[in-house]
Design a protein around this ligand. Structure first.
Ligand SMILES: N[C@@H](CCC(=O)N[C@@H](CS)C(=O)NCC(=O)O)C(=O)O
Length: 205
């Protein structure tokens, strides 16, 4: 399988998931501004929506949208337990988390990364994020991961989104459970591998 990604973007979530599962994937780096694939190629031919992530299956089919991709990956190795069994109530709980993350957190960040977003709009986006983080911080207090004690695909997604606070002058220290969650996920060896592969770790001096 090939994963089309941009360093540190939401595509890091399926990247982490693939590594956690031990699924071999070929990484294809995308310039999301130019819509080109490193080494040549028009990314819009892979994903006409022009954004990452996209997963290309071995038979050539393309799957887009991060929450769908991570569930697809998890279902290739159900024994790893990164997503509850399809059809179970717990699977809907996971989807509840993925939907919350994508619509309430991810898409509140998106305007902050756009150079033409008015400052006043950015301020409102940050206020909205802070309100969501207030709630999420309480939810996460006393438990290690979103689904409870076990790491799931939703945690990979939340980890990536929380990383973005560092680029947007949002001080995560205001939310102790989120700060602890971030450190817990960062400490996972496969997460470190993914960060390294995307060139996101500082080189030792
Ligand atoms: N709904 C999509 C959104 C993906 C998305 O926002 N991708 C961003 C990076 S995090 C991107 O590629 N932006 C470049 C663009 O939209 O041109 C998903 O959840 O996968």
């Amino acid at each position: 399988m090939k994963l089309y990604y941009a360093p540190g973007a939401c595509s890091l979530s399926p990247h982490i998931v693939a590594r956690e599962l031990g699924l071999p994937i070929e990484l294809k780096k995308v310039d999301t501004k130019a819509k080109t694939v490193e080494g040549g190629g028009d990314y819009r031919k892979v994903n006409a929506k022009g954004y990452v992530p996209a997963l290309e299956l071995d038979d050539g089919r393309i799957l887009t949208e991060g929450p769908a991709i991570v569930q697809y990956l998890a279902d290739q190795k159900p024994e790893a337990g990164l997503a509850p069994k399809a059809g179970s109530f717990e699977r809907y709980r996971l989807q509840e988390w993925l939907n919350f993350l994508t619509s309430e957190i991810h898409k509140a960040f998106s305007p902050l990364f756009k150079p033409n977003t008015p400052e006043e709009y950015k301020k409102i986006s940050k206020e909205n994020l802070a309100a969501r983080f207030d709630w999420l911080d309480k939810e996460l207090s006393g438990r290690d991961y979103l689904m409870g004690s076990a790491f799931s695909v939703a945690d990979a997604y939340l980890f990536v989104l929380l990383n973005w606070t560092g680029f947007q002058q949002i001080d995560l220290a205001r939310w102790p459970s989120l700060t602890a969650f971030q450190a817990r996920v960062a400490a996972r060896p496969k997460v470190q591998e993914a960060l390294q592969a995307e060139g996101l770790l500082k080189k030792a001096a």
